[in-house]
Design a binder for this molecule. Sequence first.
Ligand code: NI
Length: 169
Amino acid sequence: MSLLEIVTYPDKRLRKVSKPVENIDGSLQNLIADMTETMHHAPGVGLAAIQVGIDKALIVYDLTPLEEKGSIQVLINPRIVEGEGEFLSENEGCLSVPDFRADVKRFARVLVEGVDAEGNPRRFEAEGYPALVLQHEIDHINGKLFIDHISALKRELYKRQVRKKLKKA
Ligand code: NI
């Protein structure tokens, strides 16, 4: 296993729509293992393949407390089939959007479809925090970031902050 470099905003790769995974083979299992290690190391609760520069529709997430690193979830070709209700995520953040957090309006409940690491079709409902993590990660598959969901004014503040930092570097 190895740690992968996390792509950060404003890298254009984050805007790419990921391609469906067609083969769940050894190289995909290696990628899943590396993404899991990278996510735990960061640490973060979720990671999409495009965040390590690979445009495959694949997400990993772990909803157990960080110190436990217990149950890694893998979803291949995930999609939100249905969403309902409203939920304000507090202080949502992203490993690809460093040093910035914001409250984001999300669905309270989602119906999600995908395939697990063994190739079994999965279809399940999620609510609250797990629903939020799934919406955030599946957004990455579609080239979206959580800052796309906030007000233009707040987004502009973040962009300015990034520009300043890039100038200094
Ligand atoms: Ni993210």
